[in-house]
Design a protein around this ligand. Structure first.
Ligand code: NAD
Length: 367
């Protein structure tokens, strides 16, 4: 297997990692007064301003935070491109526990850092960030989307993200089973946060048999009360069930050597970002094991589609939902492309996303 640049260099180097992932710019934001430690990664601005949410997470160490933001921002470049948006890819992470370390002052200070980039990066919500936090950031910058509805924004993007995931899941079911009905399909849903619980509502309504896991016992108890037909399962048990679909809606890299040796499903389709621990190895393994993998950045693009209309300044949820429906046809197109190229589905989706970026680069060169 070909060595990465980082492996060739041998010692840990931030610049090597940034170069390897082909980022345009990475900004480290530190503020002692508020305890803010954040990284903003701008991956590619060929299609427009780099757009992507901010995640707050208690990373084990700073290298993990950097690794996460670089992977996420690269994913945003492809996500925005394949969704047909005129936006480049970027992302931010704040290091800390969102339940304990967050404050109004920290969110406002972060808004100031975003503003200092003068529109090159547009932020929004991701894991650990709420519309209230977005409101604080918006006190200091206009380069923030996903603002609350009472501020003229598009509000929480998660219901639209979940709708897109649902579209991608239905297209995948159509590919495997010949029709796209979810009725009686056994689905293991990992994470019942903003995206997961909106997706769950659609799955239950369509008559799917849903197994649910989450970190937080209180969330699980609440959701089990709301949907008596679901089955609550353990965090680790989710990889050993006999199911039709595994739907990761928590954090990334849950498709790896260990889980792929255990998963018994026909389809993987969920809302989490960066689901494949290694795009090549685990994308290929899914294909070889006969598991149809719905590329994450393709089917979870609903959230950014939603904020796109806010960025354009003519927000309309109906329009965002209609735009999301393209995910169904695009998912089927990617499956055809992967078959034709003999590639894995993630590679096929990246190829399609890159074609649109190359097209824009050529147009930009002619300005
Ligand atoms: P969230 O924080 O609201 O929910 C995540 C949930 O996953 C939480 O309830 C958490 O307890 C749970 N969780 C974490 N680790 C888990 C594990 N190992 N097993 C089971 N549950 C676990 O986040 P969200 O906004 O719902 O986003 C979920 C995923 O979707 C993230 O990867 C995010 O980047 C991605 N995503 C979100 C949006 C959006 O619109 N919110 C858009 C695109 C992608």
């Amino acid at each position: 297997m070909e060595l990465t640049l980082q492996e060739k260099v041998g010692t840990y180097s931030v610049f090597t990692q940034v170069a390897e992932t082909e980022h345009e710019q990475v900004i480290f934001c530190s503020d002692n007064a508020t305890g803010l430690k954040a990284i903003i990664a701008i991956h590619n601005t060929t299609l427009g301003a780099a757009a992507g949410g901010t995640r707050m997470w208690s990373y084990a160490n700073e290298a993990d935070a950097l690794n996460d933001v670089l992977r996420l921002s690269r994913g945003m470049t492809f996500k925005n491109s394949i969704a047909g948006l005129n936006l480049g890819g970027g992302k931010a992470v704040i290091i800390g526990d969102a339940r304990k370390d967050k404050s109004e002052a920290m969110m406002r200070r972060f808004g100031k850092f975003v503003d200092s980039l003068a529109g090159k990066y547009i932020t929004a919500e991701d894991v650990g960030i709420t519309t209230k936090d977005i409101e604080y950031m918006a006190m200091h910058t206009k380069h923030v989307a996903g603002k609350p509805e009472y501020m003229g924004g598009s509000g929480d993007p998660s219901p639209v993200t979940a709708y897109g995931v649902y579209m991608g899941m239905k297209a995948s079911i159509k590919k495997v089973y010949g029709n796209d009905s979810l009725e009686n399909k056994k689905i293991a849903l990992q994470g019942i946060g903003n995206v997961g619980k909106n997706l769950l509502e659609r799955l239950v309504k369509d008559g799917a048999k849903v197994y649910v896991s989450d970190f937080y016992e209180d969330k699980l108890q609440e959701i089990a009360k709301q949907y008596p037909s679901i089955t609550v399962i353990g965090l680790n048990e989710i990889y050993d069930l006999d199911i039709d679909i595994y739907a990761p809606c928590a954090l990334g890299a849950t498709i790896n050597d260990d889980t792929l040796s255990r998963l018994k499903c026909n389809i993987i389709a969920g809302g989490a970002n960066n689901q494949l621990a290694n795009e090549k190895i685990h994308g290929d393994l899914c294909r070889d094991k006969g598991i149809l993998y719905a590329p994450d950045f393709l089917i979870n693009g609903g959230g950014i589609i939603n904020v796109y209309y806010e960025i354009l300044d003519n927000y309309n949820r109906e329009r965002a939902l209609r735009h999301c429906e393209n995910i169904y046809d695009n998912t089927l197109k990617i499956y055809d492309l992967a078959k034709q190229d003999g590639s894995n589905t993630q590679e096929a989706a990246i190829k399609m996303a890159k074609e649109r970026i190359d097209m824009a680069a050529k147009l930009n060169a002619k300005k």
